[in-house]
Ligand binder design. Structure first.
Ligand SMILES: Nc1nc2c(c(=O)[nH]1)N[C@H]1C(S)=C(S)[C@@H](COP(=O)(O)OP(=O)(O)OC[C@H]3O[C@@H](n4cnc5c(N)ncnc54)[C@H](O)[C@@H]3O)O[C@H]1N2
Ligand code: MOO
Length: 394
């Protein structure tokens, strides 16, 4: 059986090229994936300017705290700096261009203004309170890499260099098919033998949160010919097909057999818990991921396996944020598969939800994230564990 790392590496190596790029205005760009590097065409700030309200001067003109310098000029933000008259001070405000010839700014709190001029009470040093041209962003600098999933601050950076729109990847279309005769939609009557379809909504919500377009293909009953037709239809409409349920070994589990009929199955089973029976392959050119049906298994495999794969299909750079290391405050026996435990991060360390079964979804709502328990590791209070808060999986 493949380890989680091996499985992810196999999937990433099989990820198709990213969708085409399209320009979007900045106001619509947050969360989208940048298609090409953003290179600054201007310096930010465009000129040396003052970081404080005060008086600009040439530091070398200072002759002592008791020696007034006459007021020689005034410059406010939005005005051109102009020329500074030697042996004077120029009244200046935060963000205003430093006038040519001045090299320092004295804060007004450190100045005394009298009829005979301005006394700068503290000896200035060249560069004091001056924000140098290009100190934020230099013209020609690569400010954002291709593949960046744009954060609010990236949108601000793009605006700061004068960009009004950014080329981003078309949103990946991800089809979702839920499998199972037992499934009934929330809002309908769940008759005998039936359960509510939670995975459809869980997966739809996750995919939406990750910035993908969801193509909801509804529920396929446990009949191979219907599943085959539904999967083929999904593969025609979407960039990636995600299904849940029907990947295990019972004779009502048709997903693998269907995939082998209408496409190829290239990976099945990963040494993880929950999530062991995950299946991966292609239908034509379209990647197909068959997640297990147990709700916690669907959630964990979506987050741990599907998320990095879909991000790669979208053209996004791999996430580089490392898990946190937090001590356990619970006990768990050594597993043979890598476990993803639903845990809470409390003042005592990580607390595990009482029931870690794959059929339990409420534990994920209770939890703050997933703790990784490697195969063979017994957990005692104080055992350091890798912890993935939900924010790292968002
Ligand atoms: N003999 C074996 N049986 C099982 C094995 C095994 O190795 N040998 N593996 C177990 C593991 S591990 C998992 S995980 C499950 C995965 O099974 P499937 O992917 O085939 O999922 P289903 O059988 O269709 O469903 C499992 C469970 O989840 C419920 N379910 C399914 N879809 C939904 C949905 N959309 N919303 C809510 N709940 C759903 C379903 O009713 C079942 O209770 O197989 C084990 N069996
Ligand atoms: O691997 Mo299954 O997901 O434990 O229940």
């Amino acid at each position: 059986m493949l380890s989680v790392e091996q499985a992810i590496a196999r999937l990433l190596a099989d990820a198709p090229g990213p969708p085409a790029s399209e320009p979007v205005p900045l106001a619509a760009a947050r969360g989208r994936v940048l298609a090409v590097p953003l290179v600054a065409t201007v310096d930010v700030p465009p000129a040396d300017n003052s970081a404080m309200d005060g008086y600009a001067l040439a530091a070398a003109d200072w002759r002592g705290a008791d020696q007034p310098l006459p007021l020689g000029g005034r410059v406010a933000a939005g005005q051109v700096g102009g020329d500074h008259t030697p042996h004077t001070v120029t009244r200046i405000f935060t963000g205003a261009e430093l006038p040519n010839g001045a090299d320092a700014v004295a804060m007004q709190e450190n100045c005394r203004v009298d009829d005979d001029g301005v006394r700068v009470l503290k000896q200035p040093v060249a560069g004091d309170h001056v924000r140098a041209r290009g100190q934020d962003t230099a013209r020609g600098a690569n400010v954002l890499p291709a593949g960046r999933r744009l954060l609010a601050q990236d949108i601000g950076v793009a605006a700061s260099v004068g960009c009004a729109a950014l080329p981003v990847r078309r949103r990946l279309r991800v089809a979702v098919v839920a499998n199972g005769d037992e499934l009934v939609e929330p809002g309908a009557e769940a008759g005998p033998g039936k359960i509510f379809n939670s995975n459809r909504y869980l997966l739809g919500a996750l995919l939406g949160q990750w910035g993908f377009d969801v193509v909801d293909m509804g529920v396929a009953p446990d009949r191979p010919e219907v599943i085959a037709e539904r999967f083929s239809h999904a593969a025609d409409q979407a960039d990636v097909v995600l299904s849940c349920g029907g990947v295990s070994v019972g004779e009502e589990d048709h997903v693998k057999a269907v995939l082998e009929t209408i496409g190829q199955l290239s990976l099945w089973r990963i040494a993880m818990k929950p999530g062991k029976p995950l299946a991966y392959g292609r239908i034509g050119e379209t990647p197909f991921l068959g997640l297990p049906g147990n709700p916690a298994s669907a959630l964990v495999t979506a987050m741990i396996i599907a998320r990095p794969f879909l991000a790669a299909c979208q053209g996004a750079l791999p996430a580089e944020t490392a898990p946190l290391m937090v001590d356990a405050a619970f006990t768990a026996p050594a597993p043979d598969r890598q476990c993803y435990l639903r845990v809470r991060h409390t003042g005592r360390g990580l607390e595990a939800y009482t029931n870690q079964s794959s059929g339990i979804l409420l534990g994920a709502s209770w939890a703050d994230g997933l703790a990784i328990q490697p195969p063979g590791l017994a957990i005692e209070p104080g055992t350091p564990l890798q912890f993935l808060p939900w924010a790292l999986l968002a």
